[in-house]
Design a protein around this ligand. Structure first.
Ligand SMILES: Cc1ncc(COP(=O)(O)O)c(C=O)c1O
Length: 375
């Protein structure tokens, strides 16, 4: 591909950090995991950050911390990656799908969320689509009124903020992903952040089988351990944490690069009437993680195929979760989600992308639209 959809930025510093971890002889959860958690909590201004091996693990732990189970309902978006919803199902609770607000705001619609609340509703999951802040003020007000919990799938959110507060710190719990194509990476990895001391202590136990002391605690002098409750193996290791520390130190620079590219795309693409750039209500500061566009005129899949022919790789975020096999039995009415999911796709965006590559993508789009119009 002449312009790949995404390439992670991996530098000599990253390689040196992972090599140093390997050479240290401590490769499972140890001092680098602790250091990564401290650095992440400090960046976000949260009391606690608990490193895990994926955002899916963090989302599952969030649901376990809320003691969700069969009979409970959790309101979720459908325009998200399946993990947001699967993690609710892991507990036996029922995900209830809410629509997005509309073509200019692809995050949860607070009015629809309010309409879906029942006596069984226990939580609402806000997913900051493409790094654009959800209307957390409205969602928090609804949740407070009904005595239910609001938590965040902030997989796209690192670097974004609302009213000066980082995304992921606006709900009871925030869950981040460090999968290879995220704003920063540990290859696979995730982080659960919270200000609640009890949640954090329990999340630390649950990520390691429910153990009251792990290998690093025993190294520091703890004797033996109890299994306080049945947990999981969701631990991050020191190799990933070393990469995470190195990437986090560079995160601002990577985000500045993404923002520069985003502005260049916006300037070039605003002239094309066949596609609509998402404005997302321009709430807060976006993380600028993805660049999805809505095809207003024409066939999305045909356009993607023609872009691929010119060497431009694109992606779709996302096929709606409520239409996947495990969820499609009671088909809810989500007109905005279905329209956006059917007509949107995401353009290449990654920190090492060059201006000429943005121009190449924009020229290719303009050429294809001109050819379609002439035909
Ligand atoms: C919105 C969203 N939530 C959750 C996840 C799951 O993240 P992970 O792969 O770290 O488990 C992803 C990953 O793509 C995502 O995009």
């Amino acid at each position: 591909m002449r312009v790949p959809f995404f390439t992670p930025e991996l530098t000599d510093d990253d390689v040196a950090a992972v090599s140093a971890a390997l050479r240290s002889g401590w490769i499972t959860a140890g001092p680098r995991v602790e250091a990564f958690e401290c650095a992440f909590a400090e960046r976000l201004g949260t009391r606690h950050a608990v490193a895990v091996n994926s955002c899916t693990a963090a989302l599952h732990l969030a649901n376990v911390l809320l003691n969700l189970g069969p009979g409970d309902e959790v309101i979720v978006p459908s325009l998200t990656f399946a993990a947001t919803v699967n993690a609710v199902r892991f507990t036996g609770a029922t995900p209830v799908f809410a629509d997005i607000t509309g073509p200019d705001d692809w995050c949860l619609d607070p009015c629809h969320v309010a309409a879906l609340i029942t006596p069984r509703t226990r939580a609402v999951v806000a997913m900051h689509y493409a790094g654009h802040p959800c209307d957390m003020t409205a969602l928090a007000e609804i949740c407070a009124r009904h005595g239910i919990v609001l938590y965040e799938d902030a997989a796209h959110g690192l670097g974004g903020s609302l009213d000066g507060l980082p995304l992921g710190t606006l709900g009871m719990i925030g869950c981040f992903s460090f999968f290879s194509n995220k704003g920063m990476t540990t290859a696979e990895g995730g982080m659960l952040v919270t200000d609640d001391d009890d949640f954090a202590a329990r999340a630390r136990r649950l990520r390691s089988h429910g153990q009251t002391a792990t290998a690093i605690d025993r190294e520091k002098g703890a004797r033996g351990y109890e299994i306080a409750e049945i947990g999981f193996n969701y631990r991050m290791d020191d190799l990933r944490a070393a990469l995470g520390l190195s990437q986090l130190a560079r995160f601002n620079a990577m985000q500045i690069a993404r923002r520069h590219l985003m502005r260049r795309y916006e300037e070039r693409l605003s002239a094309l009437r066949q596609i609509r750039l998402p404005h997302y209500g321009r709430r807060g500061v976006a993380a600028d993680y993805l660049l999805p566009v809505l095809v207003e005129r024409g066939d999305r899949d045909a356009l993607r195929a023609r872009l691929a022919d010119t060497g431009v790789q694109t992606s779709v975020h996302y096929p709606p979760v409520h239409l996947f096999a495990p969820y499609r039995q009671d088909r809810p009415s989500l007109p905005h989600t279905e329209r956006v999911a059917a007509q949107s796709f995401s353009l290449p965006l990654f920190p090492t992308m060059r201006d000429e590559q943005v121009d190449y993508v924009c020229d290719a789009l303009a050429r294809i639209f001109a050819e379609v119009q002439a035909a």
